[in-house]
Design a protein around this ligand. Structure first.
Ligand SMILES: C[S@@+](CC[C@H](N)C(=O)[O-])C[C@H]1O[C@@H](n2cnc3c(N)ncnc32)[C@H](O)[C@@H]1O
Length: 203
């Protein structure tokens, strides 16, 4: 079996690292069951959004345990049930690949984030280096689905390799973020390109 170039624990560590930097009223998109709670600054006013009912139920329980007052929103990223300019920032970890219409999501972020507010969107990437890229394809294409399938519903993991390929180019995403009202937009490749981070400030 191929050695993973980056494993799930490392991906989790990266996500928690950037989550720890956000402040104020923060919207977390595609939260899952709330793995990041321990990483947020204690003063953050957290608001989560998670469309999957089973995950959201678990998330609601964990949110209470972490003393977050907000009930997780039953909604999709492409249509966020919050007023205009109502959050100081937004984060999204490894959920971009689930979104069918990224520009619609970016527009929604532009609407709900207040001027001067920041966004940080992390996801797996497609490394530029051929050798790393082929290892990555093998890992996400063959190894992750197999391990995932052993642990739970294999189909839930099999969306990973397909959807990485569906993510638009960095240039496209940066351009769409600008169109949605963000400035200082940046695309960073982390871990040799195995993950990618999009940053922006609402103008
Ligand atoms: C790979 S999981 C990541 C969960 C969590 N952020 C983490 O890193 O552990 C992707 C999450 O996105 C959610 N999701 C799927 N479609 C979505 C959509 N249209 N809008 C928001 N979240 C979505 C899934 O239910 C799932 O919880």
């Amino acid at each position: 079996m191929a050695t993973p170039l980056i494993d799930d624990d490392e991906l989790d560590d990266l996500e928690r690292e950037f989550v720890a930097r956000v402040r104020g009223r923060v919207l977390e998109i595609g939260v899952g069951d709330g793995e990041n709670f321990g990483a947020f600054d204690p003063d953050v006013e957290w608001q989560g959004l998670e469309p999957d009912a089973t995950r959201r139920a678990e998330l609601a329980t964990r949110a209470k345990e972490w003393r977050h007052a907000a009930v997780p929103l039953d909604a999709k990223a492409e249509s966020i049930p919050l007023p205009d300019h109502s959050v100081d920032g937004a984060t999204c970890g490894f959920a971009l690949r689930n979104l069918v219409e990224l520009p619609k999501f970016f527009d929604e972020l532009g609407r709900v984030v207040r001027p001067g507010g920041r966004i940080a969107l992390l996801d797996v990437g497609v490394p530029r280096n051929k050798l790393i890229r082929s290892g990555n394809n093998l890992y996400f294409g063959k190894v992750v689905p197999k391990i995932g399938g052993l642990l739970s519903d294999g189909a839930a993991y099999r969306y990973l390799p397909r959807s990485v390929a569906y993510l638009p180019s960095p240039q496209r995403m940066l351009s769409d973020l600008r169109d949605a009202g963000f400035t200082e937009v940046q695309h960073l490749q982390l871990s040799g390109g195995l993950t990618q981070l999009l940053l922006g400030t609402r103008s």
